[in-house]
Design a protein around this ligand. Sequence first.
Ligand code: SF4
Length: 554
Amino acid sequence: MDGNFTPEQQNYLQGFMAGVEARRGTLSPGGSSEGSAPPDAMRAAQDAAVAAGGKLNPEEKMKRERHPLDRWDEVEARAKAGKFPHGLENLATRWHGLFYVGPTQDSFMCRLRIPGGILPTHQARGIAAIAEECGGGYVDATTRNNLQIREIPANKGVELLERLADLGIIPKGTGADNIRNITASPTSGIDPHELIDTRSIVRKLHHHILNTRDLFGLPRKFNISIDGGSRVAVVEDTNDIAFTAVKVGDEVLFRLALGGITGHRDFARRTGRVVAPDDVVKVCDAILRVFLAHGDRTDRRKARLKYLLDSWGLPRFIEAVEAQLGAPLREVDGGETAPPADKHGHLGVHDQKQEGLQYVGVVLPVGRITAGEFRALARIADTYGSGTLRLTVWQNLLISDIPRDRMAEACRKIEAIGFGTTASHVRGGLVACTGAAGCKFAAAHTKQHAAALADYLDARIAVTRPINIHLTGCHNSCAQHYIGDIGLIGAKVERGEEEVEGYYLHVGGGTGLEQRIGRLILPKVAHDELGPPVLALLRAWQHEAPDLTFQAFT
Ligand code: SF4
């Protein structure tokens, strides 16, 4: 590898080179969890934490003082006065899906809730209008099959939420200590590879969450993902609850894994249990209630599900979930999963399970779409498809249900907007979080640096196999740098007397069959010096290990 490296970087390089209606009803095949939750589960959990000698953290005290869902009058009053919330008020406002993101952008960001990423075009057009009239005129596709609207003035936040609700989009709980948008296979119902269409399950779970007040009282954020066996990966093993479709005999069930949080270097751990599709909602509810009752309310750094699992061990946690359910979870070892996901299956043209129909993946450079572009994509989906857009976890979208003989024309229309349907192997898996342009936690301008890195690499190497490059601005790891073939996390880098934006460079991360936490090989690389070492890595991989995955190579 060429390049000038500091002694610290050399050390790392040398090291590298060396080597989440359920509590009602009956759980099939038997059992009930009816009446098992206290009337106010959050307060009961807080009482228990205090009785055990703990001291509630300030966020828990805020939640106890007045439940954030009951603070809508405060949100309205501030909007009327043209003021943004600060400190714990800002945290509380996130229960309604609004985030004040100052000082980076002196504005609100709204994270929507689009279950499984399935977005009918009437909603897309409505979102575009709201983004123009209440926000910055664009939307950002996220890594949770979702969208964000940014640059929302203080006096527009409430109007935005009301107008989203008119469209049927309720962003409640998309921030703070709540259950985030449910991710699921974006090709559900159209994918020839899938074992099960997850759309109805996701819809039921989405509404269960929105309509169960107790579930807005968790100790910390919570992610749930359901993979039906799609050719488009959903990285479910990075979630607190991960369901993976598996065929056991003649049945399709979901393998259950728990506690994924790759920003803390941990994947969801296999439980050896499976869940029937009809039981997904009640099992999620039971898991959530155990977490709600026993998660840490004193130290937010240790409040995610992973830490409860670490502290209790899996057997004790499963026992508590089964007690909550009133029935044992089914134990199955093995089963047959769908064929592995296609690494860049979110791009290009693919046959659907419906004869004569295809879907196409649209490349959205680092996830951003102007309102005008979004309307144009909706028009194409209406004209050529069934009026359905499907958001993936790869910051792009699919347009489905296009007859094969109209696909070429649809692709030309997509290109006429300025988007591609194919991309180089460098750009096809390029994922970047919001970064310093819109997030106060960021140490670097991730989206800009991602685009610059792709320009640099594409000009110098034709990568022949799909790879994923993830750039994340801070340890919150919204872009999941630990699971990229190449993963970058923002850092301040000293350059002489000044500090510039840069990254810690990791390699060899992956999910699913390639599950592994990326390994740090180069610390503190200035953003404008990233190109040469990444290029050197790609050259070495391509030329020295053409038959190996990037992980095997590392
Ligand atoms: Fe902001 Fe950090 Fe998330 Fe990037 S990873 S969007 S910098 S919180």
